[in-house]
Design a protein around this ligand. Structure first.
Ligand SMILES: CC(C)(COP(=O)(O)OP(=O)(O)OC[C@H]1O[C@@H](n2cnc3c(N)ncnc32)[C@H](O)[C@@H]1OP(=O)(O)O)[C@@H](O)C(=O)NCCC(=O)NCCS
Length: 171
């Protein structure tokens, strides 16, 4: 008998019990450890997000294997890069920031980022979300294009701002 395919991870809304796992995945994927995440969020900041917008996680066993952090504009506005994004893109009034998103290395390439994004959109329907992606992050650009996000502006020439809503639908 051949190996059974692994079932997909369970996707749901994060609770306080998931914060340790999010911190662990964030740490492994930070720029200073060779990853592609530029910002490191603290436990306190992440806990505060649980009462901001839905934080979606993918769990396998006791491990967090993926998450997109979604936030109100205010929650991230103090970061210089986010301020630059807000200045560069005329987003709709009720827009929020999607991301950063992270999927564990051993779970990539199987559509998990898209599945997490769909779970988020199901909970926050009909609102624009947007993010920035480094121009050298080919996997992320590809994953976000597959999710239906579209490039709407560029930032510091090597970053793309992507939005979930085509221009015509924006308020
Ligand atoms: C970006 C990221 C979230 C994508 O997650 P994922 O679950 O693998 O995404 P998906 O499976 O939905 O799609 C990935 C796509 O990128 C493609 N891809 C993967 N690595 C790639 C690479 N190095 N170059 C180009 N494309 C790549 C895959 O082939 C796939 O496309 P396909 O289905 O057409 O083949 C994940 O790679 C990640 O966590 N990276 C580290 C953190 C990060 O960069 N976060 C984003 C910050 S903006």
């Amino acid at each position: 008998m051949g190996d059974m395919p692994e079932p997909a991870p369970e996707i749901g809304q994060a609770t306080k019990a998931d914060i340790d796992g999010i911190l662990q995945l964030q740490d492994t994927n930070h720029l200073d450890r060779g990853g592609l995440l530029s910002v490191r969020f603290s436990r306190e900041w992440l806990e505060a997000r649980l009462s901001d917008l839905p934080v979606i996680v993918a769990r396998r066993g006791g491990r967090i294997v993926g998450y997109p952090i979604s936030t109100s504009l205010e929650a991230q506005a103090s970061a210089a890069i986010v301020q630059a994004m807000l200045n560069a893109y005329a987003h709709s009034k009720d827009a929020y920031i999607y991301g950063p998103v992270c999927v564990a290395a051993d779970e990539r390439g199987q559509g998990l980022a898209s599945a997490l994004f769909s779970a988020l959109l199901a909970r926050v329907p009909n609102r624009e979300c947007f993010t920035f992606i480094r121009g050298d992050n080919a996997a992320s650009l590809r994953a976000h294009t597959k999710m239906g996000m579209r490039s709407v502006a560029s930032l510091r020439s090597a970053m793309w701002i992507t939005s979930s809503l085509p221009t015509a639908l924006r308020a």
